[in-house]
Design a protein around this ligand. Sequence first.
Ligand code: AMP
Length: 191
Amino acid sequence: MNLILFGPPAAGKGTQAKRLVTERGMVQLSTGDMLRAAIASGSELGQRVKGVLDRGELVTDEIVIALIEDRLPEAEAAGGAIFDGFPRTVAQAEALDKMLAARGQKIDVVLRLKVDEPALIERIKKRFEEQGRPDDNPEVFVTRLAAYNAQTAPLLPYYEGQGKLTELDGMGTVETVAASIDNALEPVAAG
Ligand code: AMP
């Protein structure tokens, strides 16, 4: 099963993805994590993207599509991928559909975690204090939210048109959101 965890930054995608990895043995494909790892390693890619992440803007489609393509065989071997923070543009979504189709695969479901903006801003304040991630800085976060609204939210009609979109309330505790994800995945896993 291939699923996309969809939602604005700080919606809880990463937290829920990690739980699904532990419980279902799926592979989490987080382009944000991959880019941060590249930056931490000091690679050529890392040096190229650091400024973009620090500003809260999106890196180019080509970069993230290539990162994901590299990891698809591993996800397939594990029985499925959880896409977290990818795709973020319609071009990325189209590329993902093509890459999966070439492997005889598809996206099975897109789970949208709905969290309102005041709650996101509250969460990010806390995360910034706890983890100090530079792009969680409240000013940069405004840019990240704007990128979501302008470039990523248009994916909702894309996946709705494919009949794959399921909307979930992401405002509850980690446990209640986890329970609604499990519920939503039941019919998908049953095929
Ligand atoms: P995230 O951890 O998913 O919030 O991603 C952190 C940052 O990495 C984003 O603000 C972007 O700068 C970059 N990034 C992650 N995923 C993508 C993507 N699919 N497309 C473009 N930029 C991305």
